[in-house]
Design a protein around this ligand. Structure first.
Ligand code: SF4
Ligand code: SF4
Length: 212
């Protein structure tokens, strides 16, 4: 799966190490945004960055993993319980007459929200590339739940991130192999069945070896 590097400008300390190590000049841009046309996804910049400001992200999202219906139905029960828990905690916060109770219930509410986010993600509702996330987002766009619902952002998500449950899922979910470049020593991934090319130095054929 092809990846590209992205830089978090808020973490970047401008020490320019990524400029020295990038073999294609993709990090050397006027606006500090990594040039995705030049980036080969070799990962050298991310390894060199002392601030953890660079991440490698897949160009296409992997398809949602299939879950057994009994797992999903159990998740739905937990999701409802956590949503209820969050609502009750928020009500107590609104009516609390002392600071300690207020802070405790705020923490309970946030904790319930975080657990619920994980449950929803695991159930496929927070993966913008999944069919069920698209369905629920489309329903919200058609009937916004409140005046402050971010309608334009939701529309943009639907437009930019297509469903990849199928048939592109097979392509996105291809098994990856690990290779080592005999020329520069770089270790990289390439999809099974595709000719591996070292993203660092461009070596291919007999100059790369399969290691996993
Ligand atoms: S991943 Fe490689 S090619 Fe892309 S910006 Fe980083 S060092 Fe340059
Ligand atoms: S190496 Fe990291 S901290 Fe340094 S300029 Fe690049 S992104 Fe910024």
């Amino acid at each position: 799966m092809k990846k590209i590097a992205v830089r978090n400008l808020r973490l970047c300390t401008k020490d320019c190490l990524c400029l020295y190590v990038c073999p294609t000049g993709a990090t050397d841009t006027e606006n500090s945004i990594i040039d995705t046309d030049k980036c080969t996804g070799c990962g050298a910049c991310a390894n060199a960055c002392p601030s953890g400001a660079i991440s490698l992200v897949p160009l296409s999202y992997p398809p949602q993993q299939k879950k057994e219906e009994k797992v999903l139905s159990r998740s739905r029960v937990q999701i409802r319980m956590k949503a209820e828990e969050e609502k009750i905690a928020e009500q107590i916060v609104a009516e609390a007459d002392n600071d300690a109770l207020c802070r405790l219930m705020s923490a309970v509410s946030k904790s319930a929200r975080l657990v619920n986010e994980d449950l929803l993600r695991e159930s496929g509702y927070m993966l913008p590339q999944s069919g069920n996330a698209h369905k629920i987002l489309k329903e919200l766009v058609d009937n916004p739940p409140s005046d402050d619902f971010p309608l334009e952002t939701a529309k943009e998500l639907l437009r930019r991130i297509p469903v990849n449950d199928s048939p592109d899922a097979e392509e996105a979910g291809k098994k990856m192999r690990k290779y080592r470049c005999k020329m520069c020593g770089h270790v990289f991934d390439a999809a099974d069945g595709e000719a591996p090319v070292c993203p660092m130095c461009g070596a291919s054929g007999d100059n790369v070896e399969l290691i996993e």
